[in-house]
Ligand binder design. Structure first.
Ligand code: ADP
Length: 373
């Protein structure tokens, strides 16, 4: 069987056309400059194909999602019918695209990749849907960005495997129903909250990806080192894993940066000392926080006395897009117990104050953090 990696399609196959269509925040300066950015850059995309696990059994971590998904897929295979549509949500770099590819591989089905921003009109979607083959997996990345008129077409396609093609304009316009092949939609989103309820409800299976534990990232880094031929000691792997912000994409990127360092400044072997020296050079601290993370924390604590402060105000204070702060920075800070979301805004937790070497928040901010954290 050919894996999905090998299947070219008009919309880009697994290839760069689909993945190039990154959401705007992906190409922003934060995405490009930060060595721990969870958003893919061109370098990542070139290498990710080789590092992606190809089957469910190779997927590290996300145990619950893996088990649930394996049931969904196994059931569908037994019935000989395409499985329910699948929605995968979670911050960038946690494996949404990887899982979409795995779903196609496990089903032995072809895969078509596109993205929300590439679907500007219903015609764009109709062109994709009407050329799907029976059982094909359609992956729409950043599905919350699909244009409104196309969204309605998607509802009908997901439910009835039909699209209404409108011919003509104005009062004379007629809708011609067109049968399409039964397919499985895999939607990925970094912002599940933005999905309209009717779209969300049409997914039979929803998987939320969470940040990975350092041990899981350690396994991923070792696996990648094997595939890339990097000489990696166990303590070096642990060091990289611990600084990877819970994100496989970052773990793989840090491995490549550390390998460069090991080859140029050391004997090519990645040990803990080499990893520490390289990552210090790239200003990745020992918990994975990078410059932007630290800038956000520092603004929160120093400029807004620990909050609460609104997301957009915070973003302006660090010179970033609100969406970048919300999608890329905030989830990890919340997960690391450094920031809390409250109904009145973002607050720094006592741990954040400690991290910045400060004695502690005024009582009011601490209350917020524990009350809503
Ligand atoms: P997303 O689509 O969520 O932004 P990707 O699926 O593109 O993330 O994953 C980014 C990279 O991280 C992939 O190339 C893959 O090598 C690696 N990766 C992601 N999840 C896993 C996992 N569970 N196990 C091993 N590697 C993973």
């Amino acid at each position: 069987m050919t894996g999905p990696e090998g299947q070219g399609t008009p919309s880009g196959g697994h290839g760069l056309a689909g993945q190039d269509a990154e959401p705007p925040q992906a190409s922003g300066p934060a995405g490009a400059e930060r060595v721990v950015s969870s958003v893919a850059d061109a370098d990542d995309r070139a290498i990710e194909g080789a590092l992606r696990p190809k089957r469910l059994s190779e997927l590290v971590g996300q145990v619950r999602v893996r088990e649930q998904l394996s049931l969904v897929l196994e059931g569908a295979l037994r019935r000989g019918r395409p499985p329910d549509h699948v929605l995968i949500s979670g911050p960038p770099g946690l494996g949404k695209t990887t899982i979409a590819m795995i779903i196609a591989a496990e089903l032995g089905a072809p895969l078509r990749i596109t993205s929300g921003p590439a679907i500007e009109r219903s015609g764009d979607l109709a062109a994709v849907l009407s050329t799907l083959s029976e059982g094909e997996v359609l992956f729409i990345d950043e599905i919350h960005r699909v244009a409104r008129p196309a969204e309605e077409m998607l509802y009908l396609a997901m439910e009835d495997f039909r699209v209404d093609v409108v011919i003509g304009k104005g009062p004379g316009a007629t809708a011609i129903p067109l049968e399409i092949a039964s397919f499985t939609l895999v939607g990925a989103t970094t912002r599940a909250g933005l999905l309209p309820a009717p779209l969300r409800d049409r997914f039979g299976f929803t998987a939320h990806l969470d940040f990975y534990e350092p041990e899981e990232l350690g396994i991923i880094v070792r696996r990648s080192a094997g595939l890339l031929g990097v000489a990696l000691r166990d303590d070096g792997a642990d060091e990289i894993a611990g600084r990877s912000r819970g994100t496989p994409r970052i773990a793989n990127r840090l491995l490549r940066r550390v390998r460069d360092y090991a080859e140029v400044r050391a004997d090519g072997v990645v040990t803990r000392d080499v990893a520490c020296a390289a990552l210090d050079l790239y200003e990745v601290d020992d918990t994975g926080l990078d410059r932007l993370d630290r800038a956000v924390l520092s603004a929160l604590v120093h400029r807004f006395s620990g909050g609460p402060v609104g997301l957009s105000t915070l973003a302006v204070a660090v010179g970033e897009e609100a969406e970048t702060v919300e999608v890329v920075v905030e989830p990890f800070l919340v997960r690391a117990g450094l920031m809390a979301r409250t109904p009145r805004g973002r607050v720094a937790t006592p741990a954040a104050w400690e991290r910045l070497g400060l004695v502690g928040p005024p009582a009011a901010a601490a209350d917020h953090a524990t009350l809503f954290g």
